[in-house]
Design a binder for this molecule. Structure first.
Ligand code: PAF
Length: 288
């Protein structure tokens, strides 16, 4: 049975009891609008913990002023049903202004290096909001393990960095991206796409796939790999924020004239007004 909990104190009390009984707690932080990708994270957490908490919280501090905070899909009833079917123990869905950011709250977490590249260059306060809310959620839940999707690759690296830097006793697990049949990465934001935009969004995995094939054929020049990825994407996207090849740990982009071995190819594009991100790690044998 999955229990919905809205306040910090109740969740802490229940989880303290579970830990006292020697049960390992796992957490899957989400903003809700759950899809198969999130449920795969939940399944992964279930393999690694005896008590699984899914947090459903649309975190205001990670959205910029002109971003989609107010229109972000909020589907708590459906999310709860999905978590019940998938066997979560608790769904934690707190209010922002009473529980997570009560009056007087001011402390923020910055991860300046890992947070400044790629997404950080386009969404200046995004990762400060992500790191802060994840630290708060970790403090509330006290998990032994936390599972994140690799679709948000930079977020995963940043949280891994934060946990290491702050000596948090939490195992961070990155779960592979779950894709639609045509390769589009599952994302809550896919719900914004019209049918015509959805068809165009197929160019994103097509671009990643083209770069993977070039890499597998022996191409190691950053400029050529980026060109392979950009071609299909540029033909279909409304605009491109970046198509970058970056260090897999620091996510610092490599210069165009670099030659790489293992690296992450990351993209952010707009299709219509919807901003989508995706990535693949070259040198890992991944397919898209
Ligand atoms: O990936 C997300 O959904 C969010 O960034 C997270 C990790 C739940 C923090 O709000």
């Amino acid at each position: 049975m999955t229990e919905l909990i809205r306040d910090v104190d109740s969740l802490r009390a229940k989880l303290a009891l579970a830990r006292e009984r020697g049960r390992r707690v796992g957490v899957v932080p989400t903003m809700g609008a759950l899809h198969r990708g999130h449920l795969a994270l939940l399944e992964e957490a279930r393999k690694r913990a005896q008590v699984v908490v899914v947090t459903v919280f649309v975190n205001p501090t990670q959205f910029g002023p002109n971003e989609d905070f107010s229109k972000y899909p909020r589907t708590l009833e459906k999310d709860l049903e999905a978590c019940r079917a998938a066997g979560a123990d608790y769904v934690f869905s707190p209010e922002a202004t009473t529980e997570i950011y009560p009056p007087g709250d001011e402390t923020r977490v910055r991860v300046p290096e890992t947070g400044k590249h790629l997404e950080g260059a386009f969404r200046p306060h995004h990762f400060e909001g992500v790191a802060t809310v994840c630290l708060k959620l970790f403090q509330i839940v006290g998990p032994a393990v936390a599972v994140f999707g690799r679709k948000d690759y930079q977020q995963l690296q940043l949280i891994t960095r934060m946990v290491r830097d702050l000596f948090l006793p939490i195992e961070i697990v990155g779960h592979p991206t779950i894709r639609e049949e045509d390769g589009l990465a599952l994302s809550s934001r896919n719900a914004y796409l019209s049918p015509e935009e959805r068809a165009r969004a197929r160019a994103i995995p097509a671009g990643l796939g083209a770069a993977v094939r070039a890499y597998d054929a022996g191409e190691r020049r950053v400029s050529s790999l980026i060109a392979a990825a950009r071609e299909p994407i540029a033909a279909a996207a409304t605009s491109i924020d970046y198509v970058a090849i970056a260090d897999p740990a620091t996510v610092a982009p490599y210069p165009d004239d670099a030659v790489i071995d293992r690296a992450v190819l990351a993209v952010a594009v707009r299709v219509g007004t919807t901003r989508l991100i995706d990535n693949v790690v070259l040198g890992e044998g991944a397919t898209v």
